[in-house]
Write a protein that binds this ligand. Sequence first.
Ligand code: GAR
Length: 206
Amino acid sequence: MKRIAFLASGRGSNFQAVIDAMRCGEIPAVCVGLITDNPGAYAITRAREAGIPVHVIDYAGYPGKAEYESALIRTMQGLQADLFVLAGYMRILGVEIVREFHGKVINIHPALLPSFAGLHAQRQAILYGVRVSGCTVHLVDEGMDTGPIIIQTCVPVLDGDDEETLSERILAKEHQCLPLAVKLFCEGKLAIKGRRVFLSDGGPAA
Ligand code: GAR
């Protein structure tokens, strides 16, 4: 069984979707902890209800990013996880952490990367006027939302959409894509070749 840990900053609905899939046996893994930078994150309540250990590393409690990141790296090392899932973690991971856990960190982003990286991706999509958007699960590298793509799913952008309605439509897809990506990782089915991620038994992950 793989050991999975999560980093989340807020509501935690993606975290919930993955732990639900683990609990019903769809993903061969155990959840070894939730790390959050936000003591007010609702993800903490979800973790406690599921009996998952919570590590609060309150960003505001550190003099700066370097000190925060060294507390974070120590906590991540202590969890001995095979995979770290960024599930609505709203900070950029420092280079040292990305290097230490190379190939072991994935992120869910609410847009079709490489479009609309960074914050407020759904708002960026509405403002730009695209007709389709979606979500992307990708490995984390040293850039912002630039790592190799594991899964993408698209949704239409409708004339009546605002940021909120588009976000809801994308979120429903996120809750399918993130558990699927974690499952493929845990089953050892992802083969990473440069920028491209393949199912090890042939064909791109879809
Ligand atoms: C999700 O839409 C996720 O894709 C996004 O934050 C939301 C978290 O929701 N992440 C980012 O924008 C990362 N840059 P959740 O807390 O309910 O899972």
